[in-house]
Design a protein around this ligand. Structure first.
Ligand code: APR
Ligand code: ZN
Ligand code: ZN
Length: 362
């Protein structure tokens, strides 16, 4: 039986979000219905609301979520009702070239649930944010979007791994491959940059240099494991990073802003054989010009990090276990917990830079 639950809808471009009754169908083959327990408020939800991602209104917002599987459709074997799970953006196929070569984050054939959730009032089909739609009491996803993790973790902490925090930690430990003793610089200390700092700390970096233009962000970065901070409004960050690394530059530089000037800083702040990891997302019109001789002469590598190059089945349970053992404090990323009807105000606070993460708890 399809069921009716409450969810947060973005009805049209720049219109305030509102709570509506939505219809969640029974899971079909390969699908699961998840009872949402917590879901973080992310910039991407705001971008959906503002029309920056697509025009497929109405959107069912929310995508950094954890909850308990309520029911599964035919053929689902990896998760079962009662499992505590973290949701990810897309189920991967497991059989394409990218999947078979161990890089499922580049899967050519990802999918979400086939059935649609609808608005109870009009019957209109909903577009779930990032194929999830978890600012709702329940949501319908592809079973492959659910990853089982240790149930002892709190849902508000677990859900964060579904997006920004995983992107940041993964940029450090997966894409950047930060190793014990490495020097690391992170440019931009929002939620993603802070998670990259926490990842570098976790991986045993000897120095973690945080760069931002806002002293409040640098203060928070220290709490995440930054050993040095640089305000790039006052100090040239490339010079400062070189100075802090014996004149060489950092082994790994992570760019978590998404602007040409910070990409450039990241490029020049790395050690000759170092790695630059680009996790900040640029806009289509942004360009960066570099002397080819500098690209050639400096060696090393320039990598972009897509969703932290994460493999949910490997990374989510591991990071939750490290959190439960007290070796990675994911609780630091939760600034406040809110109710489902407070998402609009949470967007304002996020926009003002007042919070790292507001998390809706259901
Ligand atoms: N130099 C250094 N830091 C900067 C600069 C700059 N020129 N401009 C902005 N910042 C800082 C801001 O002060 C803020 O602390 O970058 C940080 C950006 O943080 P958020 O806006 O909270 O963004 P976040 O969610 O962390 O995402 C960062 O990663 O995944 C991508 O799409 C995401 O492009 C975005 C980036
Ligand atoms: Zn997100
Ligand atoms: Zn695939």
């Amino acid at each position: 039986m399809a069921q009716e639950v409450r969810g947060v809808i973005a009805p049209g471009k720049d219109e305030p979000v509102r709570i509506e009754t939505i219809v969640v169908p029974d899971p079909g083959p390969g699908e699961a219905v998840v009872k949402i327990q917590a879901c973080g408020v992310c910039h991407t939800d705001l971008h959906y609301k503002q029309g920056g991602i697509s025009d497929d209104y109405p959107f069912l917002l929310g995508h950094e979520a954890a909850g308990v599987v309520e029911s599964v459709g035919d053929g689902v074997t990896d998760v079962a009702p009662g499992d505590f799970v973290i949701l990810n953006w897309r189920a991967v196929c497991g059989t394409c070239r990218a999947c078979l070569r161990g890089r499922p984050w580049y899967c050519f054939d990802t999918h979400n649930a086939e059935q649609k959730m609808t608005l109870a009032s009009t019957g209109q089909e909903l577009s779930p944010a990032l194929g999830i739609g978890a600012f709702a009491e329940k949501t319908l996803v592809a079973a492959g979007q659910c990853t089982k993790v240790a149930p002892a973790a709190s849902a508000e902490v677990a859900g964060l791994l579904g997006c920004g925090v995983m992107a940041g930690i993964g940029a450090a430990i997966n894409t950047g491959n930060v190793g014990r003793g490495d020097t690391v610089a992170v440019i931009g200390c929002g939620g993603v940059g802070d998670a990259a700092i926490a990842g570098a700390y976790l991986a045993g970096a000897s120095k973690v240099i945080a760069v931002d233009i806002d002293d409040r962000k640098l203060e928070t970065a220290r709490g995440m494991g930054a050993t040095h901070t640089v305000n790039s409004r006052e100090t040239d960050p490339v010079e400062a990073i070189r100075e802090l690394t014996g004149g060489f530059g950092a082994d790994v530089v992570i760019e978590a802003v998404g602007r040409p000037e910070t990409y450039r800083q990241a490029f020049y702040a790395r050690d000759l054989a170092g790695t630059v990891v680009l996790v900040g997302v640029p806009t289509p019109e942004m360009k960066l010009e570099l002397p080819l001789l500098d690209v050639f002469g400096r060696g090393g590598s320039l990598k972009s990090s897509w969703y932290g190059d994460c493999l949910p089945s490997r990374d989510f349970p591991m990071l939750i276990d490290l959190h439960l053992q007290g070796r990675l404090d994911l609780g630091k990323f939760v600034t406040e917990t809110i109710r489902l009807d407070e998402v609009e105000q949470a967007f304002d606070r996020m926009h003002a830079g007042d919070v790292l993460r507001s998390v809706v708890v259901l």
